[in-house]
Write a protein that binds this ligand. Structure first.
Ligand code: AOF
Ligand code: ZN
Length: 365
């Protein structure tokens, strides 16, 4: 494949990074492309944690193809690591392989790296550059960056609604508001998250599984249920198949023991009102190396999460239909001053099948 300039090479490295979408967590998805004389001579992406980083994969690919990387340019979507973590430093491997130049899309905010990767390359006489297609690289690992910089995951809240903002009829019926393409698209967003979060209200009302279906992924996100009084029934569908984390506020030795005996973990985090302390939960998820949280919950938990500053992004599918009256997206209290509104910023909009997909942000990572 002919590479005409640095931007084309980095765009290709980003494509490689995306191949790691569902497998690298808690590590970031990184891609690496090695180019010599306008030809790609090696490429790779991050493997599951504990296995090779993107740079090592690309070096191995070049070697397997009999290509000499000495003097070549490596394009990486993240600054090469400089530390001994689960794996040895990529900066060292690049130096030893004799690369001539390394271009990174952006720096690694991991305090263990934070500029030292590029510095080590420069100290070894390798030419470096950083900042090419940085926005794209940032979007790909927004959860990892959030965890590194803020100590908490990037929280994305998904809603499917009619154009007039109803998520269900008054009788609770909600199954097919949006079309099949939007539902499948929703599964891709679930798949990239480390955690799928819901509330006991949704478990009781819908008994959802909240698993990823129809996506080629080796891993199911961890399911987490906010359930202040540990009311969840052991035969709830969400509790089957894999250990869940149940987040309560009110201790109850019997209920805790029963959930634990069934293989689940109980996390107790109460606020002053005797409810789950949601901001504390997000910090706890950050400590557990959760990068991206995907919320699918009802209007009450949605509202609490938004009001308590825990939501970074809304992923809203709007169907071309009107329902009139029913259940809303957020059970927020009425405002008396428009100035008190929760302000968003539209980030992206697309048609998905017959539906509209809107990504709106409350925060920047
Ligand atoms: C890279 N290339 O492909 C990725 C990097 O425990 P380890 O050794 O796997 O290191 C994990 C850290 O390495 C991770 O927190 C992040 O800072 C960086 N990720 N670095 O050079 C890669 N995925
Ligand atoms: Zn590395």
């Amino acid at each position: 494949m002919q590479i005409n300039n640095d931007t084309e090479a980095m765009a290709l490295a980003l494509e490689w990074a995306a191949k790691g979408m569902y497998i690298t967590a808690p590590n970031p998805r990184v891609g690496c492309v090695i180019v010599r004389d306008d030809e790609v001579i090696g490429a790779g992406h991050t493997q599951p944690a504990g296995q090779a980083h993107a740079e090592i994969q690309a070096l191995r690919d070049a070697a397997a193809r009999g290509n000499d990387v000495r003097g070549a340019t490596a394009y990486v979507t993240l600054e090469p690591c400089s530390h001994y973590g689960r794996t040895p430093p990529c900066s060292k491997a690049l130096v030893e392989a004799g690369l001539g130049r390394v271009v990174a899309a952006m720096g690694d905010p991991n305090p263990l790296v934070a500029g030292r990767g590029m510095a080590q390359l420069e100290a070894a006489g390798i030419a470096t550059a950083s900042g090419l297609l940085a926005n794209e690289a940032h979007e790909l690992n927004i959860g990892f960056f959030s965890r590194m910089r803020r100590g908490r995951p990037w929280v994305r809240l998904k809603i499917a609604a009619s154009l007039d903002g109803m998520t269900a009829l008054e009788n609770g019926e909600s199954q097919w508001i949006t079309g099949p393409e939007a539902r499948q698209d929703g599964h891709a967003w679930r798949a990239r998250a480390c955690v799928i979060l819901t509330g006991i209200g949704t478990v009781k009302a819908d008994d959802p599984q909240l698993t990823v279906r129809g996506i080629d992924t080796p891993r199911q996100p961890r399911r987490v249920i906010v359930d202040s009084r540990l009311e969840i029934a052991l035969d709830a569908k969400i509790l089957q198949g894999a250990p869940c984390w149940i987040v309560g506020a009110v201790p109850d030795a019997d209920k805790e023991a029963r959930l634990r005996a069934a293989g689940h973990e109980v996390i107790l985090l109460a606020n002053n009102a005797g409810k789950v302390d949601l901001p504390a939960l997000m910090l706890e998820l950050g400590r557990r190396e959760i990068n991206e949280v995907h919320v699918e919950a009802g209007s009450k938990l949605n509202a609490s999460l938004v009001r308590e500053g825990c939501v970074d992004e809304l992923l809203v599918y709007l169907a071309p239909s009107l329902i009139g009256s029913g259940q809303g997206m957020f059970a927020l209290p009425p405002l008396t001053r428009l100035a008190d509104k929760i302000a968003l910023r539209f980030h992206d909009v697309a048609m998905v099948g017959a539906d509209l997909r809107i990504v709106a942000r409350l925060h920047n990572e």
